[in-house]
Design a protein around this ligand. Sequence first.
Ligand SMILES: [Zn+2]
Length: 233
Amino acid sequence: MRKFAALLLLTSFVVCPISLADSQPTPDEVLTRLKQGNERYLTGISKHRRIDIERRVETAKFGQKPLSTIVGCSDSRVPTEVVFDQGFADVFVVRLAGNVCDTAGLATVEYGVAYLGTPLIVVLGHSKCGAVDGAVSGAQFDGQLNNLMRMIAPAVAEARMDHPKASHEELLDAAIQKNVFLTMQNIMVGSPPVRKKLKSGEVQIVGAVRDLESGKVTWLGRHPKESEILKYP
Ligand SMILES: [Zn+2]
């Protein structure tokens, strides 16, 4: 009953997950579609077929059945749907500065995986990320930004340990990758329902970084310690 009440609460602010006609693809198939979408975006041959009026009406009427849950940065230069050439109801997106995943973000990922049935989770970082740069620089802010810096700090510390003689730019690039893996780890460690889906193979989680200048997404693959993390009960 509590579970049902929680679902009702979620559906009150997230569109109801009524299934569309498409059959559910595998995690690898979704990954291929996103890779192909980024290739289309890079070559300027964007389809954008799925943002037309018919698609809008269809998804409004029958609900959403997105392909992937994507955790990205709020940076206005990284619009998730555009980067992967996707349309309405194709991707379920969490965007917070520094592509971190706090409690609300984690709950949103769980909703995407458990209730919308997305077979793939992507954590998407990007080059020149201001949030990660702030953490690398040890910047101090007023308000909640300091908490954000603390969330990213472990990634910076690990990058610094691996690259003790790196320049600021090199360290930033390394920290951006580490921060993607850190968020992947936080999702896996923090969410028993997501872990269960990952263990069964129904769902995959992969990391990626988008270069701001070229627009190209570099795929980082699965977390190097995934099998270790998934041993948690
Ligand atoms: Zn950013």
